[in-house]
Design a protein around this ligand. Sequence first.
Ligand code: ADE
Length: 221
Amino acid sequence: MKIDILTLFPEMFENVFSSSIIKRAIEDKKVKIKIHNFRDYSKDSHHKVDDTPYGGGAGMVLTCQPIFDCVESLKTKDSKVILLTPDGIPYKQKIAYDLSKEKHLIFICGHYEGFDERIRSLCDVELSIGDYVLTGGELASMVITDSIIRLLPGVIEQESHQNDSFNNNLLDYPTYTKPRIFRGMEVPAVLLSGNHKKIEQYRKEESIRRTQEKRPDLLEK
Ligand code: ADE
């Protein structure tokens, strides 16, 4: 998979993509990520990327030209262009699965007060990571790319994400490791029983119980 990210703040991505599982996925060539500063595409003599809003109002608005030129230089027939915006579709695990099957993703990170409405015409999908407003789309694009990359074949063990929270609208079951007793808190006996059928049954029940308790809205789906 290839991922291109358009931003005015490339430095924000440095640590995130050079650590842990994402770093390994890049080294193993499971994903190729390129960060583009769309200021470099500005045709303005001062490399301006924003301007005042028509009709008045506070703040500056990202202009079309640098973003259009940057996207058009990257886009092929295999590309999916994604805009990060608080008024986008709420991002969910199901969307992560769907996007993990794409060949090429292009993320556009908005910043400042907003972007020219015509930038939406470039995009195949608009995504929001939650009902709150971030200072820009950068963190949202990191969240989304992280959740997609871990689903790519060979990045983590298949079994690890078969039981992920939100698969089948259920939260993940509880897990434990050594020691068997820590500060009086014991590991459930069934997990020590060696009876795989019983363990599977316990995990299924715990998954449902936990979802009922913490996220009953998921069960209604
Ligand atoms: N940009 C600003 N806030 C955002 C959000 N909640 N999701 C995606 N992009 C954003």
